[in-house]
Write a protein that binds this ligand. Structure first.
Ligand code: ZN
Length: 330
Protein backbone atom coordinates (compact mmCIF):
# COMPACT_ATOMS: atom_id res chain seq x y z
CA UNK A 1 0.00 0.00 0.00
CA UNK A 2 2.54 2.60 1.21
CA UNK A 3 5.07 1.55 -1.40
CA UNK A 4 2.45 2.02 -4.05
CA UNK A 5 1.97 5.69 -3.16
CA UNK A 6 5.72 6.23 -3.22
CA UNK A 7 6.08 4.69 -6.64
CA UNK A 8 3.38 6.85 -8.14
CA UNK A 9 5.28 10.16 -8.10
CA UNK A 10 8.35 8.38 -9.49
CA UNK A 11 6.34 7.05 -12.42
CA UNK A 12 4.92 10.47 -13.09
CA UNK A 13 8.32 12.13 -12.86
CA UNK A 14 9.76 9.52 -15.20
CA UNK A 15 6.97 10.13 -17.70
CA UNK A 16 7.59 13.87 -17.70
CA UNK A 17 11.36 13.40 -18.04
CA UNK A 18 10.95 11.13 -21.02
CA UNK A 19 8.94 13.76 -22.76
CA UNK A 20 11.37 16.55 -21.90
CA UNK A 21 14.42 14.60 -23.13
CA UNK A 22 12.81 13.62 -26.40
CA UNK A 23 11.81 17.09 -27.36
CA UNK A 24 14.14 19.46 -25.63
CA UNK A 25 16.15 21.45 -28.14
CA UNK A 26 19.82 21.13 -27.15
CA UNK A 27 20.79 24.14 -29.27
CA UNK A 28 18.36 26.48 -27.57
CA UNK A 29 19.89 29.35 -25.64
CA UNK A 30 20.47 28.43 -21.96
CA UNK A 31 18.97 31.74 -20.84
CA UNK A 32 15.53 30.71 -22.03
CA UNK A 33 12.80 30.47 -19.47
CA UNK A 34 10.83 27.19 -19.41
CA UNK A 35 7.92 29.05 -21.04
CA UNK A 36 9.85 29.66 -24.21
CA UNK A 37 11.49 26.25 -24.67
CA UNK A 38 11.15 25.39 -28.34
CA UNK A 39 9.91 21.88 -29.11
CA UNK A 40 11.84 20.69 -32.11
CA UNK A 41 12.40 17.40 -33.86
CA UNK A 42 15.06 17.78 -36.47
CA UNK A 43 14.06 14.71 -38.52
CA UNK A 44 10.28 15.12 -38.58
CA UNK A 45 8.16 18.03 -39.80
CA UNK A 46 6.45 19.99 -37.01
CA UNK A 47 3.10 18.26 -36.75
CA UNK A 48 0.95 17.46 -33.75
CA UNK A 49 1.67 13.96 -32.59
CA UNK A 50 -1.30 11.62 -32.47
CA UNK A 51 -2.06 9.09 -29.79
CA UNK A 52 -2.42 5.71 -31.45
CA UNK A 53 -3.02 3.44 -28.49
CA UNK A 54 -3.64 3.41 -24.77
CA UNK A 55 -2.34 0.54 -22.71
CA UNK A 56 -3.37 -0.14 -19.13
CA UNK A 57 -0.56 -0.24 -16.58
CA UNK A 58 -0.49 -2.23 -13.37
CA UNK A 59 -2.16 0.79 -11.77
CA UNK A 60 -5.72 1.28 -13.02
CA UNK A 61 -5.42 5.07 -12.73
CA UNK A 62 -2.28 5.26 -14.88
CA UNK A 63 -2.42 4.55 -18.58
CA UNK A 64 0.44 4.34 -21.06
CA UNK A 65 -0.28 6.35 -24.20
CA UNK A 66 1.61 5.50 -27.40
CA UNK A 67 2.07 8.20 -30.03
CA UNK A 68 2.55 7.89 -33.76
CA UNK A 69 6.05 9.37 -33.45
CA UNK A 70 7.17 6.33 -31.41
CA UNK A 71 7.14 8.20 -28.13
CA UNK A 72 5.01 7.28 -25.16
CA UNK A 73 4.12 8.68 -21.77
CA UNK A 74 2.29 7.83 -18.61
CA UNK A 75 -1.04 9.57 -18.15
CA UNK A 76 -2.20 9.86 -14.58
CA UNK A 77 -5.98 9.91 -14.65
CA UNK A 78 -6.21 11.13 -11.11
CA UNK A 79 -5.40 8.82 -8.30
CA UNK A 80 -7.25 9.18 -5.01
CA UNK A 81 -4.86 11.04 -2.76
CA UNK A 82 -4.86 9.83 0.80
CA UNK A 83 -2.98 12.49 2.69
CA UNK A 84 -4.94 12.69 5.89
CA UNK A 85 -2.98 11.87 9.00
CA UNK A 86 -4.60 9.00 10.83
CA UNK A 87 -6.35 7.60 7.76
CA UNK A 88 -5.53 4.04 8.79
CA UNK A 89 -6.59 4.51 12.41
CA UNK A 90 -8.95 1.70 13.42
CA UNK A 91 -8.33 0.05 10.05
CA UNK A 92 -9.45 -3.56 9.70
CA UNK A 93 -10.08 -5.66 6.63
CA UNK A 94 -11.49 -8.46 8.80
CA UNK A 95 -14.15 -6.65 10.79
CA UNK A 96 -17.19 -5.04 9.22
CA UNK A 97 -17.22 -2.17 11.71
CA UNK A 98 -14.05 -0.29 12.56
CA UNK A 99 -13.39 1.36 15.94
CA UNK A 100 -15.27 -1.36 17.76
CA UNK A 101 -16.21 -0.48 21.30
CA UNK A 102 -15.23 3.18 21.02
CA UNK A 103 -17.65 5.23 23.09
CA UNK A 104 -19.19 8.55 22.16
CA UNK A 105 -17.81 10.14 25.35
CA UNK A 106 -14.70 11.55 23.70
CA UNK A 107 -16.55 12.77 20.62
CA UNK A 108 -16.74 16.53 20.09
CA UNK A 109 -20.26 18.00 20.05
CA UNK A 110 -19.81 18.57 16.35
CA UNK A 111 -17.15 18.21 13.68
CA UNK A 112 -16.85 19.31 10.08
CA UNK A 113 -15.97 16.90 7.28
CA UNK A 114 -15.10 18.26 3.86
CA UNK A 115 -16.85 16.00 1.38
CA UNK A 116 -15.68 17.44 -1.95
CA UNK A 117 -13.18 19.95 -3.25
CA UNK A 118 -11.72 20.87 -6.62
CA UNK A 119 -9.90 17.52 -6.86
CA UNK A 120 -12.35 15.19 -5.14
CA UNK A 121 -15.81 14.68 -6.51
CA UNK A 122 -18.81 12.69 -5.34
CA UNK A 123 -21.41 10.40 -6.80
CA UNK A 124 -24.71 9.12 -5.47
CA UNK A 125 -24.19 5.37 -4.90
CA UNK A 126 -27.51 4.78 -6.62
CA UNK A 127 -30.23 7.14 -7.73
CA UNK A 128 -33.70 6.65 -6.35
CA UNK A 129 -36.29 7.20 -3.72
CA UNK A 130 -35.42 6.13 -0.19
CA UNK A 131 -37.68 3.23 0.63
CA UNK A 132 -36.75 2.82 4.27
CA UNK A 133 -34.72 5.27 6.30
CA UNK A 134 -32.47 5.57 9.35
CA UNK A 135 -34.79 4.59 12.19
CA UNK A 136 -36.05 1.80 14.38
CA UNK A 137 -37.81 -0.71 12.18
CA UNK A 138 -39.91 -2.88 14.41
CA UNK A 139 -37.50 -3.89 17.15
CA UNK A 140 -34.32 -3.53 15.10
CA UNK A 141 -32.42 -0.34 14.45
CA UNK A 142 -32.01 0.25 10.71
CA UNK A 143 -28.68 2.02 10.35
CA UNK A 144 -28.92 3.09 6.73
CA UNK A 145 -31.22 3.80 3.84
CA UNK A 146 -32.74 1.31 1.42
CA UNK A 147 -32.84 2.19 -2.26
CA UNK A 148 -34.89 -0.21 -4.41
CA UNK A 149 -33.20 -1.32 -7.64
CA UNK A 150 -33.01 -4.14 -10.19
CA UNK A 151 -30.51 -6.95 -9.73
CA UNK A 152 -27.39 -6.06 -11.70
CA UNK A 153 -27.76 -2.27 -11.45
CA UNK A 154 -24.50 -0.35 -11.14
CA UNK A 155 -23.50 0.70 -7.63
CA UNK A 156 -21.00 3.55 -7.45
CA UNK A 157 -18.46 4.67 -4.88
CA UNK A 158 -19.82 7.78 -3.16
CA UNK A 159 -16.40 9.45 -2.79
CA UNK A 160 -12.74 8.69 -3.44
CA UNK A 161 -11.28 6.25 -0.97
CA UNK A 162 -9.83 2.84 -0.22
CA UNK A 163 -11.86 -0.36 0.10
CA UNK A 164 -11.54 -1.35 3.76
CA UNK A 165 -13.82 -4.38 3.81
CA UNK A 166 -15.34 -6.71 1.26
CA UNK A 167 -17.36 -9.65 2.54
CA UNK A 168 -19.59 -12.38 1.22
CA UNK A 169 -23.05 -13.19 2.63
CA UNK A 170 -21.78 -16.01 4.87
CA UNK A 171 -19.50 -13.52 6.66
CA UNK A 172 -21.60 -10.40 6.95
CA UNK A 173 -24.82 -11.45 8.68
CA UNK A 174 -27.71 -9.53 7.22
CA UNK A 175 -25.65 -7.35 4.90
CA UNK A 176 -25.21 -10.00 2.20
CA UNK A 177 -22.39 -9.08 -0.16
CA UNK A 178 -20.97 -5.98 1.48
CA UNK A 179 -18.38 -3.41 0.49
CA UNK A 180 -17.11 -0.81 2.95
CA UNK A 181 -15.08 2.13 1.64
CA UNK A 182 -13.09 4.50 3.82
CA UNK A 183 -12.83 8.01 2.43
CA UNK A 184 -9.93 10.31 3.11
CA UNK A 185 -11.94 12.51 5.50
CA UNK A 186 -12.50 9.43 7.70
CA UNK A 187 -16.09 8.91 6.60
CA UNK A 188 -17.03 5.33 5.70
CA UNK A 189 -19.76 4.22 3.30
CA UNK A 190 -21.36 0.75 3.30
CA UNK A 191 -22.96 -0.95 0.30
CA UNK A 192 -25.03 -4.02 1.20
CA UNK A 193 -27.09 -6.79 -0.43
CA UNK A 194 -24.94 -6.64 -3.60
CA UNK A 195 -25.19 -9.42 -6.18
CA UNK A 196 -21.52 -8.92 -7.06
CA UNK A 197 -18.54 -7.21 -5.46
CA UNK A 198 -16.23 -5.75 -8.12
CA UNK A 199 -13.46 -4.31 -5.93
CA UNK A 200 -11.09 -5.88 -3.44
CA UNK A 201 -9.84 -4.88 -0.04
CA UNK A 202 -7.13 -2.18 -0.22
CA UNK A 203 -8.19 -1.12 -3.74
CA UNK A 204 -8.24 2.62 -4.24
CA UNK A 205 -11.52 3.78 -5.76
CA UNK A 206 -12.69 7.02 -7.32
CA UNK A 207 -16.05 8.66 -6.71
CA UNK A 208 -18.49 7.27 -9.26
CA UNK A 209 -16.46 4.14 -9.95
CA UNK A 210 -18.58 0.98 -10.23
CA UNK A 211 -17.79 -1.08 -7.13
CA UNK A 212 -20.52 -3.70 -7.34
CA UNK A 213 -23.89 -4.70 -8.71
CA UNK A 214 -27.19 -4.33 -6.95
CA UNK A 215 -28.82 -7.43 -5.52
CA UNK A 216 -30.81 -9.01 -2.75
CA UNK A 217 -28.24 -11.08 -0.83
CA UNK A 218 -28.35 -11.35 2.96
CA UNK A 219 -31.38 -10.33 4.99
CA UNK A 220 -33.36 -8.72 2.20
CA UNK A 221 -36.94 -8.98 1.03
CA UNK A 222 -36.26 -7.73 -2.50
CA UNK A 223 -33.50 -6.18 -4.60
CA UNK A 224 -32.24 -2.96 -3.00
CA UNK A 225 -29.10 -1.21 -1.95
CA UNK A 226 -28.62 -0.87 1.77
CA UNK A 227 -26.38 2.19 2.12
CA UNK A 228 -24.83 3.41 5.35
CA UNK A 229 -22.66 6.35 6.31
CA UNK A 230 -20.49 5.91 9.40
CA UNK A 231 -17.85 7.93 11.18
CA UNK A 232 -15.58 6.08 13.62
CA UNK A 233 -17.83 3.07 13.14
CA UNK A 234 -20.92 4.98 14.21
CA UNK A 235 -23.84 5.27 11.81
CA UNK A 236 -25.85 8.38 11.06
CA UNK A 237 -28.60 9.12 8.54
CA UNK A 238 -27.08 9.00 5.00
CA UNK A 239 -29.76 11.46 3.91
CA UNK A 240 -27.77 14.08 5.80
CA UNK A 241 -25.13 13.60 3.10
CA UNK A 242 -27.13 12.78 -0.03
CA UNK A 243 -30.35 13.76 -1.69
CA UNK A 244 -30.68 10.30 -3.29
CA UNK A 245 -33.57 11.21 -5.53
CA UNK A 246 -31.65 13.98 -7.28
CA UNK A 247 -28.22 12.38 -6.88
CA UNK A 248 -26.63 15.40 -5.21
CA UNK A 249 -24.94 16.07 -1.90
CA UNK A 250 -26.61 18.44 0.54
CA UNK A 251 -23.43 20.48 1.07
CA UNK A 252 -19.72 20.29 0.35
CA UNK A 253 -19.04 20.29 4.08
CA UNK A 254 -20.87 17.95 6.40
CA UNK A 255 -21.21 19.04 10.00
CA UNK A 256 -21.73 15.96 12.13
CA UNK A 257 -23.41 16.74 15.41
CA UNK A 258 -23.00 14.21 18.17
CA UNK A 259 -26.72 13.59 18.35
CA UNK A 260 -26.71 12.44 14.69
CA UNK A 261 -25.47 9.06 15.98
CA UNK A 262 -28.75 8.58 17.77
CA UNK A 263 -31.04 6.25 15.82
CA UNK A 264 -33.93 8.63 16.55
CA UNK A 265 -32.11 11.49 14.85
CA UNK A 266 -32.72 11.79 11.13
CA UNK A 267 -32.47 14.26 8.29
CA UNK A 268 -35.21 16.88 8.08
CA UNK A 269 -35.98 16.77 11.77
CA UNK A 270 -36.39 20.13 13.45
CA UNK A 271 -33.63 20.58 15.96
CA UNK A 272 -35.75 22.62 18.39
CA UNK A 273 -35.48 19.78 20.84
CA UNK A 274 -31.90 18.69 21.26
CA UNK A 275 -31.27 15.00 21.47
CA UNK A 276 -28.35 13.55 23.31
CA UNK A 277 -26.50 10.41 22.31
CA UNK A 278 -28.52 8.42 24.84
CA UNK A 279 -31.72 9.30 22.99
CA UNK A 280 -32.89 11.54 25.81
CA UNK A 281 -34.95 14.52 24.69
CA UNK A 282 -34.34 17.81 26.45
CA UNK A 283 -36.27 21.04 26.43
CA UNK A 284 -34.84 24.48 27.14
CA UNK A 285 -37.21 26.52 29.28
CA UNK A 286 -38.38 29.79 27.69
CA UNK A 287 -40.10 32.86 29.05
CA UNK A 288 -43.72 32.16 29.96
CA UNK A 289 -43.27 28.37 30.20
CA UNK A 290 -44.61 26.29 33.03
CA UNK A 291 -44.53 22.56 33.67
CA UNK A 292 -48.15 22.12 32.51
CA UNK A 293 -47.43 23.74 29.13
CA UNK A 294 -44.24 21.72 28.57
CA UNK A 295 -45.92 18.48 29.60
CA UNK A 296 -48.74 19.13 27.14
CA UNK A 297 -46.32 19.91 24.30
CA UNK A 298 -44.52 16.59 24.77
CA UNK A 299 -47.61 14.51 25.48
CA UNK A 300 -46.55 13.77 29.02
CA UNK A 301 -47.67 14.78 32.52
CA UNK A 302 -46.37 17.22 35.12
CA UNK A 303 -45.84 14.29 37.46
CA UNK A 304 -43.69 12.47 34.89
CA UNK A 305 -41.61 15.60 34.23
CA UNK A 306 -41.06 16.06 37.97
CA UNK A 307 -39.93 12.45 38.35
CA UNK A 308 -37.56 12.66 35.37
CA UNK A 309 -35.96 15.87 36.62
CA UNK A 310 -36.12 15.34 40.37
CA UNK A 311 -38.16 18.50 40.89
CA UNK A 312 -41.49 19.34 42.54
CA UNK A 313 -44.58 20.52 40.69
CA UNK A 314 -44.25 23.77 42.61
CA UNK A 315 -40.59 24.28 41.60
CA UNK A 316 -39.85 27.59 39.90
CA UNK A 317 -38.44 27.10 36.39
CA UNK A 318 -35.47 29.18 35.27
CA UNK A 319 -35.34 30.52 31.72
CA UNK A 320 -32.72 28.47 29.85
CA UNK A 321 -33.02 25.53 32.26
CA UNK A 322 -32.71 22.16 30.54
CA UNK A 323 -35.49 19.75 31.33
CA UNK A 324 -35.44 16.09 30.42
CA UNK A 325 -38.80 15.57 28.73
CA UNK A 326 -38.40 12.05 27.34
CA UNK A 327 -36.01 9.31 28.36
CA UNK A 328 -34.08 7.70 25.51
CA UNK A 329 -34.18 4.05 24.60
CA UNK A 330 -30.44 3.76 23.97
ZN1 ZN B 1 -31.47 -1.60 4.80
Amino acid sequence: MKRFFLILPLLCAFGVNMKAQDFYDPYASPSQTPDSIRIVRADVPQIEKQAIDTIPSSDKYIKIVLYDDFTWEYIDEGHPVIDTAGFYEGWSTEMIHAFRGESLESFPDSLDLRLVDSLHNYSAPFLGKVHSGFKFRGRRPHYGVDLPLSVGDTIRAAFDGIVRYSGRPSETGGYGNLIVIRHDNGLETYYGHLSARLVNVDDPVKAGECIGLGGSTGRSTGPHLHFETRYHGKPFDPQRVFDFENGVIRDSILTIHKHYFNIHSHYGQTDKESKSASGNVYYKVKKGDNLGKIAKRYGTTVGALCRLNGIKSTSVLRIGQRLLVRKGTN
